[in-house]
Design a protein around this ligand. Structure first.
Ligand SMILES: [Fe+2]
Ligand SMILES: [Fe+2]
Length: 258
């Protein structure tokens, strides 16, 4: 069968959660989506609370993935341990709550979701995301696999996609909050996009008020980042996966703006 997977970019703040709640169900219906993965690491701006995680699941996410802001709202720890539908990067070096990979039943198939985080310009203390991916995917137990690679460097994301080409059916990047226009299917059948983008305020610097970002770059005193206001967007990509051929057969952007 053809499994239609929707991957949604980092949900930022109240605005991001609001547009997700109002529009995701309809978007899934329009695109005939079977399975939805939402990156939720910025629901609180930095981090996500259990209440916000529940909100995104209610909005239509089947699985929430996270990233470098996982521990900014530390109350998520217990929720990560208790709830199978939320993942944090798998390559944290041991001793942290939660899990980085899950296998979910979808339309009679077992779909693995793997959340990884990059080291280049992000967190050099992590275990190698490449070795972690190899290790976790080695045991199988799933029919299809998709990966959210939360990373800063476009090179690291591209290298991961090529490393996993033919081993998983889709790799998408998150974290930069800027959507890239390079949806493609690699030679062994893995669908790939360097970055999904974000779900949140359009007129912003990565979701926050431009003046907050400007203040930083102009050398002002540190101040709390505030979420930008105004119309929001959902940045997302659709991956259509052929479960018999174990290949992605379509990868395209399906962004929505209000
Ligand atoms: Fe991030
Ligand atoms: Fe983010």
């Amino acid at each position: 069968m053809l499994l239609r997977v929707l991957a949604v970019g980092d949900v930022v703040g109240e605005g991001g959660q609001d547009i997700l709640s109002r529009r995701l169900h309809e978007m899934k219906e329009d695109l005939d989506v079977h399975f939805t993965v939402v990156n939720g690491e910025n629901a609180s701006g930095v981090g996500v609370t259990p209440r916000q995680a529940r909100g995104m699941l209610d909005a239509g996410a089947d699985v929430i993935t996270l990233g470098n802001h996982t521990w900014n709202r530390i109350q998520i720890g217990d929720f990560l341990d208790r709830n199978d539908c939320i993942l944090r990067p798998a390559n944290y070096a041991g001793r942290v709550p939660g899990r980085g990979m899950g296998i979910y039943p979808v339309k009679g198939l077992r779909v693995a979701v793997l959340n990884l985080m990059g080291r280049v310009d992000l967190n050099p203390n992590l275990d190698s995301p490449f070795k972690t991916a190899g290790y976790l995917l080695r045991n199988g137990g799933y029919d299809l696999a998709v990966v959210d690679f939360h990373a800063e460097a476009t090179s690291e994301k591209g290298a991961m996609a090529w490393y996993l080409d033919g081993k998983v059916q889709a790799v998408w990047g998150t974290h930069t909050h800027v959507p890239t226009a390079d949806c493609q299917i690699l030679p062994q059948g893995t669908g790939f996009v360097t970055d999904l983008g974000m779900t949140g305020p359009i007129r912003s610097v990565l979701g926050i008020k431009p003046e907050c970002s400007l203040n930083l770059f102009l050398g002002g005193l540190p101040r709390r980042y505030e979420e930008a206001e105004g119309n929001c967007k959902i940045n997302a990509c659709l991956f259509v996966l052929d479960s018999e051929k174990k290949r992605c057969v379509e990868a395209r952007r399906v962004d929505l703006e209000e």
